[in-house]
Design a protein around this ligand. Structure first.
Ligand SMILES: NC(=O)c1ccc[n+]([C@@H]2O[C@H](COP(=O)([O-])OP(=O)(O)OC[C@H]3O[C@@H](n4cnc5c(N)ncnc54)[C@H](O)[C@@H]3O)[C@@H](O)[C@H]2O)c1
Length: 433
């Protein structure tokens, strides 16, 4: 009862009026004080709620923009893309090159642009290796009027925007997390770029109207522990030796699905150890050159029973010709806006050199070119994803693409060393980078 009486004290007797009891001066003062405190409290509560709502809205917007960065969007950005995609030859292509700031991507972009195709690059400039080298390749491409969009292939919104701005006839998909050993350090990066990113790109291609034909880089690493040589496209590829290889093999199966269901025209290229100017610093020929010039030892792996490792080293210009021939012989995708109208082309080719060279022989060529003796540290190959040898059978590519590699390792490394010495400032007497 006492509680009830107390509660009643705080209730208005009639709307807009308070009980008479409150009319005494003392109580009025108390009420005013209480009323202003509770109003302040309510205002504070309102402000807190407003701030919370704003912050959660902001984080929602941010998550939508996770990849669609400030570098993307706007009239100027679109103008650069349109201008870069302009075709300057009869029946030319408009090609989206992913991984354009990478080793192979930069060379392919230049080759396409030089013959009059429209080229738009896309790269996320990740720091897997020296970003300044990627930026230098970008400047080189910019000088040839090729614009590289800074973005991630996982960004579906940005991809949709690119396909809206340009009706790409072809996609040359070279963006990937490369390297075999790094998978032990950062396995997620392989899933991010080589699986999730691939699916995101295929989704964009599937929905694009017109659908582009796709040529993409798989890898010789899919042959894994296969010991039948030379490696043919029909050989088994179900024993990968690294996560990198496993993601490339998964890519072949994922692309097959998109070809089968959505009628996307797809060509997968299994590259064999690509080397040359503007190459990748994580690859042996590149890091050996750096160490030899700096007087540092190099680690040379040897297989079981002291057998030397061997690679089917393929010069970049030969690979570029294989990529361009694949684009040229691609058939149109047969689906549009996700509706399939008939079977589409699905192909896989080895792009190699067909003449494996052992790693010690490769070191010997570098020593000769650099005129410096290497300090070799020969150890047994650890189980970190490398395979003992690679050797491509290229008869399919020869037959269907007219692919014919012309550069031997001696000639190719000579060109690489020339570029390396110039790029890193050795020609001026001192390395500057
Ligand atoms: N170089 C070789 O010997 C070799 C051999 C077999 C296969 N490949 C394949 O060829 C392709 C090109 O290789 P490369 O040697 O030029 O490698 P690279 O690392 O120089 O080029 C790949 C480029 O892709 C970009 N990239 C990575 N993930 C991305 C993402 N999620 N979104 C946007 N961009 C991204 C990187 O920043 C890089 O510039 C890759 O698919 C690679 O797996 C290369």
């Amino acid at each position: 009862m006492a509680l009830k009486a107390e509660e009643e004290q705080f209730l208005p007797s009639t709307p807009g009026k308070f009980k008479d009891k409150w009319s005494s001066g003392k109580n009025r003062q108390f009420y005013r004080c209480f009323a202003s405190t509770s109003t302040m409290f309510l205002w504070a509560l309102f402000l807190v709620a407003l701030t919370a709502a704003y912050l959660s809205f902001q984080s929602f917007v941010d998550s939508g923009n996770k990849f669609f960065s400030a570098a993307c969007g706007g009239a100027h950005w679109e103008k650069q893309i349109r201008s870069s995609a302009q075709i300057h030859r009869h029946n030319g292509f408009a090609v989206l090159v992913t991984g354009a700031a990478g080793f192979v991507g930069s060379h392919v972009s230049l080759a396409l642009k030089k013959r009059g195709d429209g080229v738009v690059g896309l790269d996320n400039f990740n720091n897997y290796y020296d970003v300044s080298l990627k930026k230098a390749r970008k400047s080189l491409l910019n000088n040839h009027n090729i614009f590289i969009v800074e973005g991630d292939i996982n960004d579906g919104r940005m991809l949709a925007k690119l396909f809206e701005i340009v009706h790409f006839s072809h996609v040359m998909h070279l963006a990937a997390q490369a390297g075999v050993r790094y998978a032990m350090e950062n396995p997620q990066s392989y899933v991010h770029s080589n699986i999730a990113g691939l699916v995101s790109l295929l989704e964009a291609c599937k929905t694009a109207d017109p659908q582009p034909a796709i040529v993409w880089a798989s890898s010789s690493s899919v042959y894994g522990l296969n010991d039948k040589v030379p490696f043919s496209e029909s050989d088994q590829t179900d024993r990968p030796a690294s996560l990198y290889a496993a993601t490339k093999k998964a890519g072949e199966e994922i692309t097959h699905t998109y070809n089968h269901i959505y009628g996307l025209s797809i060509t997968g290229l299994r590259f064999f150890t690509v080397y040359g100017p503007w190459g990748r610093p994580d690859m042996a020929y590149f890091s050996f050159t750096r160490n030899i010039l700096q007087g540092k030892p190099i680690t040379v792996y040897r297989g079981k029973n002291r057998v030397d490792l061997a690679r089917d080293f393929t010069y970049i210009d030969d690979i570029v010709r294989g990529c361009v021939a694949s684009l040229d012989t691609s058939k149109k995708s047969t689906g549009s806006g996700g509706k399939k109208r008939g079977p589409a082309q699905y192909r896989i080719f080895n792009l190699g050199n067909t003449s494996p060279v052992t790693v010690p022989q490769m070191v010997g060529i570098l020593e000769k070119q650099l005129r410096v003796k290497a300090k070799k540290n020969v150890i047994e190959m650890p189980g970190n994803g490398d395979v003992p040898f690679t050797h491509a059978n290229i008869s399919s590519a020869r037959r269907e693409l007219g692919y014919k590699p012309t550069t031997d390792l001696q000639t190719g490394l000579k060109k690489f060393v020339k570029w390396y010495l110039s790029y890193y400032g050795y020609n001026n007497g001192q390395s500057v980078k």
